[in-house]
Design a protein around this ligand. Structure first.
Ligand SMILES: C[S@@+](CC[C@H](N)C(=O)[O-])C[C@H]1O[C@@H](n2cnc3c(N)ncnc32)[C@H](O)[C@@H]1O
Length: 200
């Protein structure tokens, strides 16, 4: 049976949940670290990160209320007792969050955002990154020409497109603008996306 909220964030619930979990552990995520899961959806990664991290060290930010409701269903389904801090936030305004993060993850988020939203995201989110923290974000690498249908509106998620793709030069320009470092780690195990490592 297909569960609506698991499909609504792209499906492959177990596979891509574990992929992001394994990726961050490989990058050095420890239980005492603070993690921001930006665009956490219905907790595809969260159901693994929350039990691993110390209580209240997982922060999830999501703009779609229906997905945050579904997140509560998943917390019960997985019998998770630790408390995640989940925020309904639009436009990346993290001012309600009183924490700085060792790790941030935006898995399959920039892959749906127009350039102005990515710029907004970096301007609001990077200040919450610890000096030695890492913000990992996936993106679709644009080939010689954009794939047909790129940047068409997402069928239901607001202010998103079905598929956004970029040349790495776009991120290099943003890095220069914000005085940060953005490295392209390339393929990371996901069949479609590449991974950025964003640091101060
Ligand atoms: C493809 S889903 C991936 C969800 C989750 N990261 C995962 O791997 O399951 C993209 C998510 O990013 C969220 N998103 C997009 N723009 C956002 C924004 N401006 N603020 C918060 N969440 C956003 C969407 O609502 C959606 O839940």
């Amino acid at each position: 049976m297909k569960i609506w909220h698991r499909e609504a964030i792209g499906g492959n619930w177990d596979k891509f949940g574990k992929l992001q979990y394994d990726f961050l552990l490989d990058k050095g995520l420890k239980s005492h670290h603070y993690l921001l899961d930006l665009g956490c959806g219905s907790l595809r990664g969260g159901v693994l990160f929350i039990p691993y991290l110390e209580d209240r060290h997982y922060y999830g930010v999501e703009k779609e209320p229906r997905l945050l409701e579904a997140a509560q269903v998943e917390l019960k389904e997985y019998k998770i007792e630790k408390i995640p801090l989940l925020f309904h936030i639009e436009n990346f305004d993290l001012s309600p969050i009183d924490a700085e993060f060792d790790f941030m993850l935006a898995q399959s988020v920039l892959t749906h955002l127009r350039p102005n939203m990515i710029e907004l995201c970096l301007s609001k989110v990077v200040p919450k990154l610890k000096e030695d923290g890492h913000f990992y974000a996936t993106f679709h690498h644009m080939g010689k020409t954009p794939r047909k249908g790129s940047f068409n509106r997402h069928p239901w998620r607001r202010n998103e497109v079905g598929r956004a793709e970029y040349k790495f030069e776009f991120f290099e320009e943003l890095a220069e603008k914000f005085g940060i470092k953005i490295t392209n780690l390339g393929k990371w195990g996901h069949p479609a996306s590449s991974m950025l490592d964003i640091t101060k």
